[in-house]
Design a protein around this ligand. Structure first.
Ligand code: URA
Length: 239
C-alpha cells in the first residue's frame, strides 16, 4: 500500500494531466468518503481508496483488467483506420491509462476481448507459449461436414506456419455452425484454418477464454466490466 498526493492519485487513474487533475480538485469535483477534497497536496493511502469524481465512484486500481464484449466494426489496432477503435467503447480514463487489447480480434469478429494497462500481464497472456484455450463460434459459408471437423482436429497447414495447426476441439453446432477451440492465437487463425479446410468463415464470435465466459460475465454487446482476481484466475492454460 502506498500514500500518494491527491493530484498524483487522480493522474494515475487516468483523469488527465497533473494540471487538469489539480484543477478538478480545486474546483471541488473530487470527494473521498462523502467529503469534498480541494487540496491537491493532501495525501491518501491508495489501498482501499474510493474516489468520487463528478459524482461517479471510482475505486483506486493500480492496474485495470477489463473484459469487453466487442461488437463488429470496431478495430483492436492502436491506430484504427477503417472503423472506430475498441477504446472508444470504454471511459476516457482508460485511454489516458494506456489500456490496450490483450491480443486481437478482427474488426468483424464479436465477443470476449481482454484489455489492460498491465504490461507484464498483456505480455504473458499474449505469449505463444501460453496455451490458454479460446472458444469460438464460427458461421461457415459451406455446410459443416464430418470431414471438415476431422481435418480441423487433425491439423491444417497454413502457408506461413512451419507445422500444421490443429483445433483442440471442434464440434458441429448446426448446418453452418461450428464451435472451435484453439490454444494458439495466430493472425486470422480461425478464418485461415477454415479456408485451408476448403470452407469459408462468414461470421466469428469468441465466447470464452480459459474458464472465463461472456455468459458468466453477464455483459451485453458493447458493454465492459472490470475483472477481479477470481476471474483472472480463470485465464489459465489447459492442464
Ligand atoms: N481467428 C480469426 O480468424 N479471427 C479472429 O478475430 C480471432 C481468431
Amino acid at each position: 500500500m502506498s500514500k500518494l498526493s491527491l493530484d498524483r492519485i487522480l493522474q494515475s487513474q487516468g483523469f488527465g494531466t497533473r494540471k487538469y487533475c489539480r484543477a478538478l480538485i480545486e474546483d471541488g469535483d473530487v470527494a473521498i468518503g462523502g467529503e469534498i477534497q480541494d487540496n491537491y497536496k493532501a495525501t491518501f493511502e491508495t489501498g482501499d481508496l474510493v474516489l468520487t469524481v463528478f459524482d461517479e465512484e471510482w475505486r483506486y486500481r493500480e492496474h485495470v483488467y477489463i473484459a469487453l464484449y466487442k461488437p463488429a466494426n470496431y478495430e483492436c489496432s492502436r491506430k484504427p483506420s477503417h472503423h472506430p477503435g475498441v477504446l472508444t467503447l470504454l471511459p476516457e480514463q482508460f485511454s489516458w491509462r494506456e489500456v490496450q487489447p490483450v491480443g486481437r480480434l478482427d474488426h468483424d469478429t464479436t465477443g470476449l476481448l481482454l484489455m489492460s494497462d498491465d504490461g507484464p500481464f498483456i505480455h504473458a497472456q499474449s505469449s505463444p507459449k501460453r496455451h490458454v484455450p479460446k472458444v469460438y463460434q464460427a458461421t461457415t459459408a459451406e455446410p459443416v461436414t464430418d470431414a471438415l471437423v476431422e481435418r480441423l482436429l487433425a491439423g491444417v497447414q497454413l502457408h506461413d506456419e512451419p507445422a500444421p495447426l490443429r483445433a483442440v476441439s471442434c464440434v458441429k453446432r448446426g448446418e453452418h455452425q461450428l464451435e472451435i477451440v484453439l490454444e494458439q492465437g495466430k493472425y486470422h487463425q480461425v478464418k485461415r484454418m477454415l479456408a485451408a479446410a476448403d470452407n469459408h468463415c462468414s461470421a466469428l464470435h469468441r465466447s470464452q477464454i480459459g474458464g472465463l465466459t461472456l455468459d458468466a460475465l453477464g455483459i451485453r454487446e458493447g458493454e465492459w466490466c472490470f475483472l477481479e482476481q477470481a476471474q483472472l484466475d480463470l485465464l489459465v492454460p489447459a492442464a
